[in-house]
Ligand binder design. Structure first.
Ligand code: ADP
Length: 663
């Protein structure tokens, strides 16, 4: 292999390019209109423009990508994950054109495409399955009898499903008929196929997956396991390797079962066999992902292997770099997915400019896989992942401590992120105690989503101190240029004759407004907030604010953008807005509200009728994007005058969804 095209974008494209470079392989990036200046384009030796921003007009344009590959004399295409990575037609088209698809053979992708077909293959190969029915008989009474026989609760699953769609838990017989009808409806509208499976619903399973690798010479190994139990609505949030408490005997059993699964479909390359691990140590095949996984770095950290390098070598016809006996497992690794999203608002994807993007320093303990730099845009078009933060250390406790502090060192401003949510997860005592199961986040909701306003009072004082010091610094830049350092005309403070030098700052946090007064005496700031006067000794040096408040010392990073001030310290970050008198906006009458789709997705339902009066904050419409449902809310009392899309319709990110008239 001399030249590799990466049919992907973002962190995974950058990740693949790094390994290719190490192997002396030339790289070709592809990019959409939105990505002309993206990191992956800059890193590659060559880059080809493949279309407009929406992925179906660019990154999903298999033929266009293939044409570019042929024109540039590319030997192989690496699909990354997502997009075309599990598209059997694309893999076949590559083969037909003499281009190596860095992935499994077409047949293996097809075999794992349907949950029921995959289960039938696995059953034949002797891989344990969750007890259940995955045959063709779809008669409702027959399926119900299957449920009765295996005992409630059961899980109904769409054979064509993905991302938790077409899935329903049924806890008792009386709920069965309705749940089946609803799951079928959802499956039909999402996948155009309502074939159903019925399986035993496990109450406290862990999601444990095995990384397998096979070459073209019939060799296969497993690179141990990853525990991905920390999920929100079936999406992984923090992954780790090895799985806590995993005994070597069970590891071997699961590893061998996974290899059996891979061999059953003639697998080649990197693959992941996902299992549910029950409390009693039983494990059951769930599905196989026929590509590199987002969370592959945790496996790399504990094995010291480069899995992308392995993929390239295997695609090139080499033997696997190591045998099972040569593979060893060392230490413990975590990966946290840093997203532009709002955990406190149903994980709504966020967009905007990454005005501040400071990752923790990388070392042999800390790795940051990303595809963006400061100033880049998180757009509506793609998955809003900003980076993967990966940490390693000798054992789980030490690795967890590394992750906690690395999350605190991550500083992002300009878009809402899940960093504080990740930190709350990382410091949760139940997580430290390895009390893992796929319902973890739901179970601990109260602590994980709790507001972070506990020390807001201090933060307001810090913000006021920052503003006062900044004003002082700005003033000191002006004075040297003037003739008269004491000219009252140059003063930029609130000095009034015959009054104490006192400044008033109006600060907002969310919907709440605060008024703080500051006056300076003997190099100390006296800051009054809520009828208490705090004595503050503060120094501002660039973005670093050293502050002693009532005798407690803290160091903060402050990032100011316009009238927004974001403070970062060991307790997280908080966004405070300075209300400038002439710019003050009443949120009810703020400019035209934004009813743009936060990203590509499907309209699920309208919650109100056009013309109906709605209250401020009332949910108007539900759309599904990134496997999640999001509601669009009324910014004020008023009415929807028109819905531009009907339930079931696909929308591009950024499209206006409705017209709204405020009262
Ligand atoms: P999808 O392809 O829609 O993501 P999966 O079959 O991969 O669906 O399952 C996704 C998640 O649903 C799993 O990680 C697990 O948390 C949960 N799950 C799936 N099957 C079961 C089951 N039988 N019992 C309990 N939870 C399950």
């Amino acid at each position: 292999m001399k030249k590799l095209l990466i049919a992907n974008r973002g962190e995974i494209a950058c990740r693949v390019i790094r390994s290719a470079k190490k192997l002396g392989i030339k790289t070709v990036a592809v990019y959409s209109d939105a990505d002309a200046h993206a990191m992956h384009v800059q890193m590659a030796d060559e880059a080809v423009h493949i279309g407009a921003a929406p992925s179906k007009e660019s990154y999903l344009q298999g033929q266009r990508i293939l044409d570019a590959a042929i024109a540039l004399g590319v030997d192989a295409i690496h699909p990354g994950y997502g997009f075309l990575s599990e598209n059997a037609n694309f893999a076949q088209a590559c083969a037909d054109n003499g281009i190596e698809f860095v992935g499994p053979p077409t047949g293996a992708i097809e075999a794992m495409g349907s949950k029921s077909a995959a289960k039938a293959i696995m059953e034949k190969a002797g891989v344990p399955l969750v007890p259940g029915y995955h045959g063709d008989n779809q008669d409702a009474e027959f399926l119900k009898q299957q449920a009765i026989d295996m005992g409630f609760p059961v899980l109904l699953k769409a054979a064509a499903g993905g991302g938790g769609k077409g899935m329903r838990q049924v806890h008792q017989l009386s709920e069965f008929d309705e749940a089946l009808a609803a799951a079928k409806r959802e499956a039909m509208s999402s996948f155009g196929d309502d074939l159903m499976l019925v399986e035993k619903y496990l109450m406290q399973p862990r999601h444990v997956e095995i990384q397998v690798f096979c070459d073209k010479h019939g060799n296969g190994v497993y690179l141990f396991e990853r525990d991905c139990s920390l999920q929100r609505r079936h999406q992984k949030v923090i992954e780790e390797a090895p799985a806590p408490g995993m005994q070597s005997e069970l590891r071997q059993q699961m590893g061998e079962a996974a290899l059996k699964a891979a061999e059953a479909i003639g697998y080649v390359g990197a693959g992941t066999v996902e299992f549910l691990l029950d409390v009693d140590g039983s494990f059951y095949f769930m599905e196989m992902n026929t590509r590199l996984q987002v969370e592959h770095p945790v496996t790399e950290m504990i094995t010291g292997e480069d899995l992308v390098e392995w993929q390239i070598r295997v695609a090139d016809g080499e033997h696997l770099p190591k045998t099972q006996q040569q593979l060893t497992l060392k230490g413990h690794a975590f990966e946290a997915r840093v997203y532009a999203e709002d955990p406190d608002n149903d994980f709504l994807p966020a967009t905007g400019t990454l005005k501040l993007l400071q990752a923790p320093a990388e070392s042999r303990f800390v790795r940051v896989d990303t595809g963006v730099t400061e100033g880049d845009e998180v757009s509506v078009y793609y998955d809003p992942m900003i980076a993967k933060l990966i940490v390693w250390d000798e054992n789980r406790d030490k690795a967890l401590a590394r992750m906690q502090s690395a999350l605190r060192d991550y500083r992002i401003s300009g878009v809402t992120t899940n960093l504080d949510f990740l930190h709350r997860l990382a410091v949760h005592p139940a997580f430290a105690a390895c009390e893992l199961d796929t319902n973890f986040i739901q179970k601990h909701e109260a602590e994980l989503f709790a507001g972070q306003d506990v020390h807001l009072g201090d933060k307001l004082v810090y913000a006021a101190a920052y503003l006062a010091l900044r004003q002082q610094q700005n003033r000191s830049h002006v004075i040297p240029r003037s003739q008269d350092a004491h000219s009252p005309w140059l003063a930029q403070d609130n000095w009034r004759s015959n009054e104490t030098l006192e400044q008033v700052f109006e600060l907002a946090h969310g919907e709440d407004l605060f008024r703080l007064t500051v006056f300076q005496q003997d190099n100390l700031l006296h800051i009054q907030h809520d009828n208490v006067v705090h004595l503050v000794d503060a120094r501002l040096n660039g973005r670093t604010l050293d502050i002693a408040l009532d005798g407690r010392h803290e160091q903060l990073t402050v990032f100011a953008d316009g009238n927004q001030i974001q403070l970062f310290d060991d307790s997280g970050s908080v966004l405070i807005e300075q209300q400038l008198p002439d710019l003050q906006l009443d949120s009810d009458h703020a400019g035209p509200a934004d009813f743009a789709a936060p990203m590509n997705g499907t309209i699920v339902t309208h919650l109100v009728e056009a013309g109906q009066s709605v209250e401020k904050g009332q949910a108007l419409l539900v759309m599904e994007a990134m496997k999640m449902e999001h509601s669009i809310k009324a910014p004020a009392a008023g009415k929807v005058t028109e819905f531009y899309y009907q339930p079931g319709e696909l929308v591009d990110g950024g499209s206006d969804l409705l017209a709204f008239e405020a009262d």
